[in-house]
Design a protein around this ligand. Structure first.
Ligand SMILES: CC(C)(COP(=O)(O)OP(=O)(O)OC[C@H]1O[C@@H](n2cnc3c(N)ncnc32)[C@H](O)[C@@H]1OP(=O)(O)O)[C@@H](O)C(=O)NCCC(=O)NCCS
Length: 183
């Protein structure tokens, strides 16, 4: 079965918000307060917020599409990192950030997440930057295994704020292949 993966536009903001509301809680540690998770969804992952982010230069969202539904999404950001822990940990600069990577639980283990990762890394390599990094919660064993399978290695740690709590993340990075340019 072919997997439909394309770049999102502002018209996808509502479908992205619907997918994000289901998938964001899956990335949080089990003891995260539900009200903080809900607040993050409402403030950071709303339709309005997606519409705003999709219009920003250097921000690309790729979607797994199933008809009108978005069943998974990734976001690559080309802005340089500002977090001191990230800057200290990375060895490949300048770098792209794999800022978001979420797939609907209906598709976990199906190969769709791998297809989205392949498309995402291809997109990032097209930027010409030598590296890509991400942050992932240290308790998210499934994501850690998945990122490891796709070439990322742990290079450091940082903290992620959810409400008034700080969660511990691993910083992972990998080299991007040089893209041939026409002569
Ligand atoms: C992370 C995510 C994208 C991975 O996609 P997926 O389709 O589940 O990934 P895959 O099934 O291809 O790979 C997961 C691997 O983790 C393994 N795994 C599953 N549960 C695990 C656990 N509790 N501990 C360790 N490994 C685990 C699987 O066996 C598989 O490894 P294998 O291929 O060697 O058998 C997806 O699970 C997801 O969207 N999760 C919710 C959102 C999230 O956490 N996003 C990451 C935020 S940084």
């Amino acid at each position: 079965m072919s997997i439909d993966i394309t770049t999102a536009t502002v018209a996808d903001a509502a479908a992205l918000a619907a997918c994000a509301a289901v998938t964001f809680p899956l990335a949080c540690p089990p003891d995260s307060p539900p009200e903080e998770i809900q607040r993050h969804i409402e403030t950071q992952l709303s339709e309005e917020r997606f519409a705003e982010v999709l219009a920003r230069p250097g921000h690309t969202v790729l979607c797994i599409r199933e008809g009108h539904r978005v069943a998974g999404w990734s976001m690559v950001v080309l802005d340089p990192p500002s977090d001191a822990d990230v800057l200290a940990a990375l060895s490949l600069t300048p770098t792209a950030e794999l800022s978001k990577f979420y797939v609907h639980p209906d598709l976990h283990g199906s190969g769709s997440s791998s297809a989205l990762m392949t498309a995402t890394l291809q997109h990032a390599a097209g930027s010409g930057l030598p590296g890509i990094w991400l942050g992932v919660n240290q308790e998210n064993a499934r994501a850690l295994r998945f990122y490891g399978k796709h070439g990322f290695g742990v290079v450091g740690t940082k903290r992620f704020q959810l409400g008034d709590r700080f969660e511990d993340d691993f910083i992972m990075e990998q080299a991007l292949p040089a893209v041939a340019t026409a002569v």
